[in-house]
Design a protein around this ligand. Structure first.
Ligand SMILES: [Fe+2]
Ligand SMILES: [Fe+2]
Length: 452
């Protein structure tokens, strides 16, 4: 029975031609997602010329063509269009990596990492509706091509292998030992698929996609896609930090993503220029609010009399790590006990929100050469000295650097919530009423003058 469904599933498979000569990881990412979401196999070609040659032979067998836009292949897109018309090939073309283009019949997607849109448009072009995607009849054990398993760095899924007509549990899996075992197994396994339970396949694919994006070199990516990549892998980093703490792997991931935030802040002369970049990107609130925080903290440290380079580094580090234990935007938007009580979060999530400052501080204490005092600011970033819970009354135990961070976070939240209609003067006026004492005045004066 399972076998019949399995062969039915593969027999209705679509064929997608992909043209990209620069990144095997991008090819893998598309291959995994198109296979899972729209039941298509990917046929890679290095250039548009190669694709045209291939189409001459296969003609109608190709259901979709995806071309990664590069400056040096843009003129060839016209040639591709002419050849398709000449040969009467009806395959639709999706161009990824550019917002728009000259050929009206082609569909353009700006971000090469916008998997959601790439899958959505591929589905439309392959005439696979959203409903049929969700209810696609899949076997009980969902096949995943074996080469994808080499991207796994922390197995959290049951993995099955096929033995005759049966599926047997191969890895129960949640520890490093089974990861080594998986490696050995992959070396001499000679069938094309391993299997996950079908109802877990979409979670598994989203996890694997993050692992693959983590392997993509940033040199390959536009500035916009660097933000997307950092956002996608930030969630993975959070999970790995919870599970393994600071390791060479998590350290490398953190440094890479922190670099994106700091460089982006340095390259933005005004709040609006940064916001323009962030608004056109689909990254999470969790990521964006940390990014705006880096920007605001750097600005304050540049203008407050006791600010220096060292403290700029500390606050950027804090902005990156302060909410690293949180998993969703809804969790990150909570800034008071009342908001937490009124939220629809589950009890487990509520506990995580209550403790996230303390937990992140514990992680950072083990970070090699972390900036001095960063763990304290992280622990206190919701106004509670020991890091569990929220307070809006800041005792003398809360350091001046923490006060800077708390005010910057309140402003960052407001900027993100109200952009592009953000009114800095009105917000600072409200904050002056809320924080009337001398401790806050200087910081609010500086924020009042921030170049918009
Ligand atoms: Fe936060
Ligand atoms: Fe927080």
């Amino acid at each position: 029975m399972v076998n019949n469904v399995n062969s039915l599933y593969t027999s209705i498979m679509h064929n997608t031609l992909i043209v990209d000569n620069s990144s095997p990881e991008i090819e893998r990412l598309y291959s995994l997602n198109l296979f899972t979401w729209v039941n298509s196999r990917l046929i890679p070609k290095d250039s548009i010329d190669q694709a045209i040659d291939y189409l001459e032979i296969t003609k109608d067998d190709i259901d979709l063509i995806i071309v990664r836009y590069k400056e040096n292949n843009s003129s060839q897109l016209k040639t591709l269009k002419e050849k398709l018309d000449e040969q009467g090939v009806k395959s639709p073309v999706l161009v990824v990596g550019t917002k728009s283009g000259e050929i009206a019949d082609f569909t353009y997607i700006e971000s090469i990492l916008d998997i959601k849109d790439i899958v959505k448009y591929s589905a439309i072009m392959l005439k696979t509706t959203a409903a049929s995607m969700a209810h696609l009849k899949v076997p009980d054990y969902f096949p995943i091509p074996v080469e994808f398993f080499s991207y796994i760095t922390s197995p959290t899924f049951k993995i099955f292998k096929k033995s005759g007509e049966d599926f047997v549990l191969h890895l129960e899996s949640d520890d490093e030992y089974t990861l080594r075992e998986l490696d050995d197994f992959l070396k001499d396994y000679d069938t094309p698929y391993l299997y996950v339970l079908s109802d877990q396949r979409l979670h598994f694919v989203s996890y694997l996609s993050q692992e693959i994006v983590n392997q993509i070199s940033f040199r390959e990516l536009s500035d916009n896609d660097k933000i997307t990549a950092a956002d996608m892998t930030q969630f993975l980093l959070s999970k790995k930090l919870k599970k393994m703490g600071i390791t060479p792997q998590t350290l490398k991931m953190a440094k890479r993503n922190m670099e994106v935030m700091i460089t982006d802040s340095k390259m933005s002369p005004t709040v609006n220029s940064l916001m323009k970049k962030l608004m056109s990107n689909k990254a999470s609130y969790l990521f964006k609010h940390s990014q705006v925080l880096v920007y605001l903290c750097m600005h304050i440290m540049d203008h407050i009399e006791w600010g220096n380079e060292e403290q700029k580094k500390t606050l950027s580090f804090v902005a990156f790590f302060h909410d690293v234990m949180l998993e969703t935007d809804d969790q990150a938007r909570i800034h008071s006990q009342q908001e937490l009580d009124e939220s629809r979060l589950t009890p487990v999530e509520k506990k995580l929100v209550l403790e996230h400052a303390q937990k992140a501080a514990e992680i950072v204490q083990k970070y090699p050469k972390a900036p001095m005092g960063a763990d304290t600011i992280i622990r206190q970033h919701h106004g509670i000295p020991h890091g569990i819970g929220f307070s809006e009354y800041y005792s003398g135990k809360i350091s001046p650097m923490t006060i800077v961070f708390i005010l910057a976070e309140e402003l960052a939240d407001d900027i993100l919530r109200t952009s592009p209609e953000f009114n800095i003067k009105a917000k600072i006026r409200k904050m002056r009423d809320k924080y009337p004492t001398q401790r806050f005045k200087k910081i609010l004066d500086i924020l009042d003058e921030i170049p918009m």
